[in-house]
Design a binder for this molecule. Structure first.
Ligand SMILES: [Fe+2]
Length: 211
């Protein structure tokens, strides 16, 4: 097999389509293209992970307590990371763009509004995952997929739409400021993720031993 040939099999690039990065055919040395491409790659990480949940869930039998618990824990991590991403965008990234780059005012408002459109569907998914992990409900792959279907359309639209919106920051002519805000955003994300990981062992469900 040549290194560029796609290996056979089903990969996590479906059913939800991955995004193209603006940097695919534009220079990454441009700060706005870099920032928008970085965001597209982060969104692709979430999309790939959701695809892997979607593809694996039906392969796990309700009776398989070990594998279903592993998948549900993975779902729990996924939903926590997506929520964290959107919280930091709202609390820091988008507001910092607006405060420090006058021309960015209002550009990102539509993307913040979109967060509301999948919020309830994601919350229902999270509630089921938590409840199944707590042993209050049984693992049901059909139900899990139906719950994903309940938020996937607005979530995918949001993941797609945010990239051209970020590209509009080119209009402000303040690429260096866009990059600076984005660097600060990355530091905050890293701190929050590290904090979450450090605090996790105490409240994480016990795996393997207690199934
Ligand atoms: Fe985003």
């Amino acid at each position: 097999m040549s290194p560029k040939a796609k290996p056979e099999g089903v990969w996590a690039d479906q059913p939800f389509k991955l995004l193209d990065t603006p940097g695919k055919d534009k220079p990454l040395s441009d700060p706005v293209i870099y920032v928008a491409s970085h965001m597209a790659l982060v969104h692709n990480t979430f999309i790939r992970a959701l695809n892997s949940i979607y593809l694996h869930a039906p392969l796990i039998a309700t009776s398989n307590k070990i594998l279903s618990r592993d998948l549900l824990t993975y779902c729990q991590c996924w939903v926590a990371l997506v929520a964290l991403h959107h919280q930091i965008e709202e609390k820091f990234l988008f507001s910092a763009f607006e405060e420090r780059i006058p021309g960015a005012k209002g550009i990102l408002a539509v993307n913040v509004q979109q967060h509301e459109e999948f919020h309830d569907g994601l919350a229902t998914f999270e509630k089921y995952v938590d409840s199944a992990l707590a042993g209050k409900e049984s693992y049901d792959s059909e139900r899990l997929l139906k719950l994903i279907d309940g938020f996937s359309e607005p979530l995918m639209k949001h993941f797609n739409d945010e990239i051209p919106t970020l590209m509009r920051l080119e209009e402000t002519g303040q690429g260096e400021d866009v990059m600076k805000v984005h660097e600060e955003f990355e530091v905050i994300v890293r701190k929050d993720i590290d904090g979450g990981i450090e605090s996790r062992p105490n409240d994480a469900p016990q795996r393997r031993q207690d199934v």
